[in-house]
Design a protein around this ligand. Structure first.
Ligand SMILES: O=P(O)(O)O[C@@H]1[C@@H](OP(=O)(O)O)[C@H](OP(=O)(O)O)[C@H](O)[C@H](OP(=O)(O)O)[C@H]1OP(=O)(O)O
Ligand SMILES: Nc1ncnc2c1ncn2[C@@H]1O[C@H](COP(=O)(O)OP(=O)(O)O)[C@@H](O)[C@H]1O
Length: 317
């Protein structure tokens, strides 16, 4: 039985009679091929990439598994339409916290139409893309069983400033509620989610090493999807922190040239993540040991005085 994904954070959605992706219970994500060249380009990318044996296995692991295409009833009621059959990155995850980060200071590329270039330039300028080399396209952060998810509206996300981006990346790994201006993000989960040998920073660095070398593809307007499970960590299990690349409707051939637009954006994003782990400011998690993680979990961190509680945690560890 196909249904609208619960955990989609950006892009075209299948709600309100529109064309968008669907999922099933077997862990597959069905992305409809759009009528224009976007659909065929994304399919061409997945076909080329999944069969390219020169790409190392560990790099294949940064992409959703591709299972081919399937003709399905489209979500907008327009009848049968080919869909990409992909691994559902949110399946088997309990209340996943997810951020979609669109990489690159420019989302347009020389081969695109003038109209498309103009639209992209406007969005790149109005969001943090031009300034930071990436922008947050959408997110959901799980608070707890009472508060549920913080999933800001698309319009709100598009207005994120540099400081908002910093804050959101901190809220993503904090035990206190992501909602409300008074909540001071404690970054308690940063060491386990962003840090560690298998954490998000390590994964980003592995991906970056490939981008420093690969000249096969240019990943225009493509996103890094960052996922982990807060509840699983609170039960003492692994965070399941993972990054995957998604959205390949605008990938073009690299023609022997480094994808400097993606690489630059990725480096900038890496800097933001690593600053949360090592930064000199008051949000620093350098003293956030597993013990303090436990402390954070059992504390109601919504209190405005939480800043001083956090200092206590830092000084006692
Ligand atoms: O229509 P919009 O303004 O929501 O733009 C879509 C973008 O949303 P944004 O405003 O950047 O958050 C959307 O971005 P996200 O995937 O949401 O990051 C896509 O860029 C989409 O274009 P395409 O399917 O990749 O060619 C964009 O769709 P098109 O305008 O190209 O159809
Ligand atoms: N393979 C996947 N598994 C789970 N969720 C996905 C997958 N691919 C995309 N998504 C979700 O859908 C959103 C939009 O995906 P994207 O490929 O960018 O679509 P669009 O082309 O409409 O922009 C992402 O932000 C993410 O939440």
């Amino acid at each position: 039985m196909l249904k609208v994904p619960d955990h989609q954070v950006a892009g075209h959605t299948a709600r309100h009679g529109k064309l968008g992706p669907l999922i099933d219970d077997s862990g597959r994500f069905y992305k409809p091929l759009q009528d224009d060249e976007r659909g065929s380009k994304e399919l061409a990318f997945y076909s080329s990439f999944s069969s390219n044996t020169s790409i190392p296995d560990h790099i294949h692991g940064f992409f959703p598994v591709f299972y081919g295409t399937q003709l399905l009833e489209a979500s907008d009621g327009s009848g049968l339409r080919p869909h990409l059959v992909l691994q559902d990155l949110a399946s088997d995850r309990l209340n996943p916290s997810i951020i979609d980060i669109k990489i690159g200071s420019r989302t347009w590329y020389p081969q695109a139409s003038e109209d498309y270039v103009q639209r992209c330039m406007k969005k790149d300028k109005e969001t943090t893309s031009l300034l930071l080399g990436f922008r947050i396209s959408g997110l959901q952060i799980y608070g707890n069983s009472e508060s549920g998810f913080w999933k800001p509206e698309k319009k709100h996300v598009q207005e994120f400033t540099l400081e908002d981006v910093r804050l959101v990346l901190r809220k993503f790994v904090s035990s206190n509620s992501p909602i409300g201006s008074n909540s001071f993000p404690d970054c308690c989960f940063a060491p386990s989610v962003y840090g560690g040998s298998a954490g998000i920073l390590a994964q980003l660095l592995e991906l970056k090493a490939w981008f420093e070398d690969q000249t096969i593809y240019h990943f225009n307007s493509c996103s890094v999807l960052m996922v982990y499970e807060k509840e699983s960590m609170m039960k003492g299990k692994s965070s399941g922190a993972e990054i995957k690349l998604i959205d390949f409707a605008h990938v073009v051939e690299g023609r022997g040239v480094i994808d400097h637009n993606f690489l630059g954006g990725l480096c900038s994003f890496i800097k933001f993540v690593s600053e949360i782990l090592t930064g000199p400011d008051e949000y620093s998690t350098e003293a956030c040991s597993p013990d303090s993680e436990k402390k954070c979990i059992s504390t109601d961190n919504e209190h405005p005085d939480h800043k001083s509680e956090f200092s206590d945690i830092l000084s006692t560890n």
